[in-house]
Design a protein around this ligand. Structure first.
Ligand SMILES: Cc1ncc(COP(=O)(O)O)c(C=O)c1O
Length: 391
């Protein structure tokens, strides 16, 4: 079976926006429709759309009162945006280590990294797998911390039966082109906290007085009044465009299918890797549902390098795959740098031993295939590569 990533549904919504000539009066109101539908999908009160899934986190942190002098605990195995957002908010990222089997942030390590400056935690559902959120929320309650889920890579994943995105105080999603649902670029924050949602919206929309938790647009009557006080706070312009919202709405309506396809691709890989004791998949604990943004294996043999494995895999028809990002604190933008006079971590090797031992060995196999034949072909390449090196 062949499937399409973008269908006539998305095209029709985009046309609707264009036909409305971006006029509020003719109104396609795609941003509002997308936000309402997104909130409904997750069963939450508020969804606020953004230009991307980095601005989302900047806004959510700032709205939660995180700023200069504060520390935010983050994992090092993630895309650097998680930490960039902390810096954008004027705060300092503090890196806690990951769990050796799930590769998500380790609650015990979070506990060890709390100081009197800690204000927030950003657990990341890395590769589509939820972190262990119950102990993280316990820690947050004990220390009065704000928990922002970074779910850029996890749509419709579950943790002990609950939807990922509804576990912390707020959650951030990305619609960047590699994600489960996409509008090329884009993002969303969800929360049930009305005050927080109001502040997130104002931050996202230039501090306009008239926007709010469930009000993305300003009405004309108010804004035409010369005495109207427009801006009640400093804000960024992080608004999603109507065209992006149109694509995202079409994708959202197909989200269960889009996620199921990724999970299907993952199942093909899982079958291929069965019985191989030197490739270790990301552990999915009982009661979790993995959304499989990618299917990731750890190469546990020292006589084969990551590059050897990749070369053979490509030779056998596999699509070139990514390794994991460098750990954030070892990226040139971070390594050896000091971002605040109160920074106590040295951003050098040695900070997070589990993550440092894991990251160079990770093989991130793509799951965004829209044909089962392609999924089979990739799984076959994996099986042949394993056989080549000896199962
Ligand atoms: C874990 C994670 N967080 C944040 C982001 C940032 O999202 P965006 O590219 O939409 O800014 C991404 C991906 O791009 C990501 O994978």
């Amino acid at each position: 079976m062949e499937y399409e990533r973008i269908t006539l549904r998305e095209v029709a919504y985009v046309l609707e926006v264009l036909r409305s000539e971006f006029r509020t009066s003719k109104g396609a109101h795609m941003v509002r429709r997308l936000e309402d539908a997104f909130a409904r999908t997750f069963g939450v009160e508020y969804a606020i759309s953004f230009v991307n899934g980095t601005a989302t986190m900047h806004a959510a942190l700032a709205a939660a009162g995180v700023g200069p002098g504060d520390e935010v605990i983050v994992p090092p195995l993630t895309m650097a945006s998680t930490s960039f957002a902390v810096l954008h908010a004027g705060a300092l990222p503090v890196f806690a280590d990951i769990h050796p089997e799930t590769w998500t942030i380790d609650p015990d390590s979070i506990r060890e990294h709390i100081t009197e400056r800690t204000k927030a935690i950003i657990p990341v559902a890395i590769y589509g797998l939820s972190p262990d959120m119950d102990p993280i929320m316990d820690i947050a309650r004990e220390h009065n911390l704000f928990v922002l889920e970074d779910d850029a890579q996890c749509f419709l994943g579950r943790y002990k039966g609950r939807l990922v995105g509804t576990l912390g105080h707020a959650a951030s999603f990305s619609f960047q082109s590699s994600k489960h649902m996409t509008s090329g670029e884009g993002g969303m924050v969800i929360t049930n906290d009305r005050d927080l949602a109001d502040r997130i919206r104002r931050f996202n929309s230039l501090g306009y007085a008239a926007v709010g938790a469930d009000q993305p647009k300003i009405s004309k009557d108010e804004i035409q009044d010369p005495n109207y006080a427009r801006h009640v706070s400093i804000g960024w312009n992080y608004r999603m465009s109507e065209v992006c919202a149109a694509v995202a709405l079409g994708q959202l309506e197909r989200l269960p299918f889009l996620v199921a396809l990724r999970q299907k691709a993952a199942a093909y890989y899982a079958q291929a890797v069965e019985g191989c004791d030197w490739l270790t998949p990301q552990k999915v604990p009982e009661g979790y549902e993995h959304a499989y943004w990618t299917y990731v294996l750890r190469l546990d043999r020292d006589d084969i390098t990551w590059h050897d494995f990749r070369r053979k895999y490509i030779e056998f028809g596999g699509e070139p795959f990514y390794g994991a990002w460098r750990l954030t604190y070892l990226e040139p933008a971070f390594r050896g740098k000091r971002f605040a006079d109160y920074q106590w971590q040295t951003f050098e090797p040695g900070l997070c031993p589990v993550a440092e031992a894991t990251q160079p060995r990770l093989i991130q196999l793509p799951t965004n295939y829209f044909s089962e034949a392609e999924m089979e072909k990739q799984a076959e390449a994996l099986a042949r590569t394993i056989d080549y090196f000896g199962r």
